[in-house]
Write a protein that binds this ligand. Structure first.
Ligand code: UD1
Length: 359
């Protein structure tokens, strides 16, 4: 079987890693196409190195642009690649513009399309990620859902026949990262994490960064948190703050560059809590047993809200109270699978090769 993965943004490299490992261990051919949506070393190459992912066969080099131009660049770039490669499956991941471009291009070339992390919904179509995941789900021949809620969302949109619950490949990646950290404790924890209790924060969604008032209110709220807050600044946030003259280090708030994946996991695991507007981190916090505060009105990972492990805080004014809440008692629920999702993904792809495609 020949599988062609289209990836381009940081969280997709994490999802790609376990799939790449299982495909190569089972003797299948795996062609990785990097769209170039993310190009900074810390957002891209570091992940391929740390997670031992095979080299991309092609990098389309689309870089940064508006949603339409970025997606168009991916579509144009994939044309000759898909013609040359003619894979048995095109596999797209999550909800970025690279997912959208990969999904459209695959179907335009008449190729079988599978969507990994299918069925998630924030029910907020203002988010580009929500639009991207809806389109990818409706185009795909095979919908690989990470959770029961994802399966239910797909059923309610008439997509049950194409859906299979595989669990979440990010758990596979996390299990491996925890083993790496356990084998060499100390190797992955940055110096700031050894200097007393702290919260970890990430902010990069357009809804937060591109609204100057909201960004200013969010940074002010982080600066008055009752604990040190280490803000791992995505380049989009750093650019925007510079442009608006907003300090990223003030009061409790201290900013630094994004961390490589194993260090990020070690840093979150040792923290008092996470403050984020990201999707994937909400879930990783739950798995690590770290309380999460999400600076959004809705989440596509509703299971994280159980017993207050994750709390939605749409108004930054409520942040200090939310991060001061007591840690939920006991261990967190584990609704996202057993760390063997990638093996199920590969088995589904291989098992369906002989099937006639639906119209
Ligand atoms: C994208 C995804 C988002 C995902 C995030 C992970 C979409 C619509 N959004 O958002 O779902 O959570 O990736 O990080 O696809 N930039 C750099 N260096 C880079 C990449 C980006 O400096 O390597 C800066 C540029 O100023 C760029 C901005 O970040 O304009 C935004 O990058 P973009 O790829 O458009 O989206 P993300 O915000 O990273």
């Amino acid at each position: 079987m020949k599988v062609l993965s289209v990836v381009g943004a940081r969280p997709q490299f994490v999802k790609l890693a376990p799939v790449d490992h299982v495909l190569s261990e089972s003797g299948h051919e795996h062609v990785i196409v990097h769209t170039g949506q993310h190009y900074d070393r810390l957002l891209s190459r570091a992940f391929f190195e740390d997670l031992a992912i095979g080299q991309p066969a092609v990098n389309l080099g689309v870089g940064s642009a508006g949603h339409a131009a970025q997606t168009a660049g991916i579509l144009a770039g994939l044309d000759s690649v898909l013609d040359d490669q003619r894979p048995d499956w095109v596999l797209v991941y999550g909800d970025t513009n690279s997912t959208l471009g990969g999904a459209l291009a695959a179907t335009q070339h008449g190729l079988r399309l599978a969507h990994l992390e299918a069925g998630l919904r924030s029910f907020d179509r203002r988010m580009p990620e929500e639009r991207n995941r809806i389109v990818a789900d409706h185009l795909a021949d095979l919908l690989l859902a990470p959770s029961a809620a994802g399966v239910a969302n797909l059923a309610s949109e008439g997509l049950a026949r194409r859906t299979v619950l595989v669990g979440d490949v990010m758990i596979d990646a996390l299990v491996r990262a925890r083993a790496m950290i356990a084998a060499e404790p100390g190797q992955y924890l940055p110096a700031f994490a050894r200097a007393g209790p702290y919260l970890v924060a990430t902010i990069h969604r357009a809804e937060t960064t591109d609204d100057p008032d909201r960004l200013a209110a969010t940074l002010s709220a982080l600066a008055v948190c009752p604990l040190r807050v280490r803000l791992l600044a995505h380049p989009r946030l750093a650019d925007q703050a510079r442009r608006l003259g907003l300090p990223l280090s003030a009061g409790s708030l201290e900013a630094s560059d994004p961390l490589p994946y194993p260090s990020m996991i070690a840093t979150m695991a040792a923290s008092v809590g996470l403050v984020t507007d990201s999707g994937g981190l909400q879930k990783e916090a739950l798995l690590l047993g770290v309380p999460c505060t999400t600076l959004r009105a809705r989440t596509e990972w509703p299971e994280t809200l159980q017993r207050g492990w994750n709390v939605l805080v749409p108004d930054p004014c409520d942040l200090a109270a939310a991060v001061s809440r007591p840690r939920p008692p006991g261990e967190p629920p584990q609704p996202y699978g057993d760390g063997h999702a990638a093996a199920r993904v590969v088995a589904e792809l291989a098992g369906r090769l002989g099937e006639k495609r639906e119209g």
